[in-house]
Ligand binder design. Structure first.
Ligand code: HMG
Ligand code: MG
Length: 318
């Protein structure tokens, strides 16, 4: 267990706003807005943007324009662009769109797998086999994602052993990295450390990532808890946007601005320009008419506005 003085020196923040943040929006978000969002996140220095999902448009209509989005973005060297793929059809579309990384996603509970991808966990792994093969052949990175690892809206409690079982299966597929996701934001720091500790016994901690939704206000504490264990990759959504259409009531991911603010405060490098991310959170919440859920984002925007009101240049602040 690391003390606060002995944390990883660099942490990768994976921006999932364009995918997880927008997939649940009831009103269509124009491709041009998504492209603008991704370009701003790239310009802010995000090392990794989860930009799209090549899923069935019948299941998640908001992600239907993913090919157009991928074709329209400006790719910044140094930023990796990933996309969700549930099956070979999605994989073919993702390869045609030239993604850098594909994400196969399953769950730690059978009930959630059925609701989200319409199959059992075992069936999902079989579906991923040709996807994994295609990824290796094309030289595209392969990531696995495990939903409801800290609690399931249908099943209730989820044991770390169930998560470890899925980590093993995704590792056997050849995943380069694996996300452990608290889809409904129920996890608390002790439970987070327990599940990451268990997972790290079968898959290198350096290749695990935390994906925490903030429904119960635990997400930032959970990032810190995993960080103290040595996890150095975290997903976050600008302005805390998001939710899963198949996990009703779950709120967005931990806000990118809040994670970056905390990491920089701990002296940890992220390569991310906090000011630019805060401005991006302001841009996207105005564009889609949503509240900004980032506490750091709101505080900094208010501070900069006050400074401008006082005649101080906002460029000098923060
Ligand atoms: P299904 O209905 O069993 O599949 O859905 P199907 O093979 O019978 O196909 C149904 C229709 O969809 C067919 O069209 C297919 O062609 C089409 P039709 O013949 O009826 O016109 N189709 C596709 N179209 C485009 N791209 C594809 C594709 N596949 C089939 N890839 C399926 C099974 C897995 C496809 C469906 O359940 C699905 O797309 N699920 C995705 C759900 C989803 O995206 N959920 C949100 C993302 S996961 C998440 O948010 C969690 C995460 O953030 C971590 C966390 O927080 O937990 C990652
Ligand atoms: Mg999610």
């Amino acid at each position: 267990m690391h003390s606060l003085n002995d944390l990883p020196r660099f942490v990768e923040v994976v921006e999932v706003g364009p995918r997880d943040g927008l997939q649940n929006e009831a009103n269509p978000v124009p491709a041009a807005v998504k492209i603008d969002l991704i370009d701003r996140l790239s310009a802010a220095g995000m090392p990794h943007v989860e930009a799209a999902a090549f899923v069935s448009p019948k299941w998640v209509p908001q992600m239907a324009g993913s090919a157009e989005v991928m074709a329209g973005i400006r790719r910044r060297p140094g930023t990796r662009y990933s996309a969700l793929v549930p099956n070979l059809k999605g994989m073919e579309a993702a390869l045609a769109a030239r993604v850098d990384e594909v994400v196969v996603f399953t769950a730690a509970s059978e009930a959630f797998a059925q609701k989200n991808i319409n199959c059992s966990i075992a069936e999902s792994i079989e579906r991923f086999r040709p996807v994994a093969h295609a990824a290796k052949t094309a030289g595209v990175r392969l990531r696995g994602s495990i939903s409801v690892a800290l609690g399931c809206p249908y099943q209730g409690e989820v044991q770390p052993t169930a998560v470890v079982d899925v980590v093993r299966r995704l590792a056997d597929l050849g995943c380069d990295s694996i996300d452990i996701a608290d889809t409904i934001g129920v996890g608390t720091p002790g439970a987070v450390q327990a599940v990451f500790d268990a997972a790290s016994r079968v898959f290198a901690l350096a290749r695990l990532a935390g994906h925490f939704h903030d429904t119960y206000g635990q997400a930032l504490a959970n990032v810190l808890a995993a960080l103290q264990l040595g996890v150095a990759s975290f997903h976050a959504s600008v302005a805390g946007l998001g939710g899963c259409p198949y996990a009703k009531g779950a709120t967005g991911n931990v806000a990118t601005e809040d994670v970056v603010y905390m990491l920089h405060g701990l002296g940890i490098d992220t390569g991310v320009d906090l000011r630019a991310v805060v401005q991006t959170g302001d841009f996207i919440t105005r564009a889609i008419g949503r509240p900004n859920h980032s506490r750091a984002g709101r505080a900094l925007l208010a501070k900069w506005a006050a400074e401008q009101g006082n005649g101080t240049s906002a460029a000098c602040a923060a």
